[in-house]
Design a protein around this ligand. Sequence first.
Ligand code: AMP
Ligand code: MN
Ligand code: MN
Ligand code: MN
Length: 275
Amino acid sequence: MKVDLHCHSSVSDGVLAPAAVAAYARKGGVDVWALTDHDEVGGIKAARAAAQELGMRFVAGVEISVTWANETVHVVGLQIDEDNPTLIAGLAATRNGRQARALEISAQLESAGIPNAYEGARRYVGNPDLISRTHFARYLVEIGVCGSTPEVFRKYLTEGKPGYVPHRWATLTEAVGWIRRAGGIPVIAHPGRYPFSATAEGALFDEFRQLGGNTIEVVTGSHTPDQYAEYAEVARRYGFLASRGTDFHAPGESRLEFAELPPLPSGLTPVWHDW
Ligand code: AMP
Ligand code: MN
Ligand code: MN
Ligand code: MN
């Protein structure tokens, strides 16, 4: 059974509509599939209908942006009720501020010699409530400032680089609370991507566990193969369940296509063990 529990549609910063992501995942051999758009559940109903049509088991998901210890951490929620009012209100509050942030990003890029970035990024936006750095990155690739989106994030939009605008997202307590209120399973997304010391990372996992979290992503398109092993060890040590997903955004843009996602390392309990 091929399980993929992390990917994006044009409802956040992916390029395909939810039904098209479902079809692309199915073509890549996926049997159990979650859509996990950033801070938004607007694509869930279309994704579920398409998945059922294609004979895939569907898992309603979301990826919430969190600020923890002054860094951005992503918390995925799986098996959520997308109609839960607490979750919906929390996500709306989290999305709030993206518009003002985008204008500030654009002003900084203008000062760095790149005009009209806001208008350029907007052409890639599928959901007016959700303009993200990814949309700016695609525009900078389009106009030839960089050759790829990873190169954009090395040279722009990140701490210390032009176009970086710090932003305060949800708290870890809020994000885990909203997911649990909606009947879902909170998951620390791609833990290998955060710039934490071992001590800070341990504190994140301890706090997450105290809030009721018990799952981390181990195999994700946002990890290197070395990090699969590293976070498999973390999952064993903490007794966490393990999750797995491509973090797909666009054909050819992510590290892994659906068909290329490796299985979880042995000795782990998958988050889907009792589904
Ligand atoms: P935002 O929520 O607007 O801060 O945008 C975050 C998104 O930017 C992430 O979900 C990724 O899709 C993308 N992103 C962040 N860092 C990188 C990176 N180093 N390489 C490629 N994409 C990235
Ligand atoms: Mn993204
Ligand atoms: Mn993420
Ligand atoms: Mn993601």
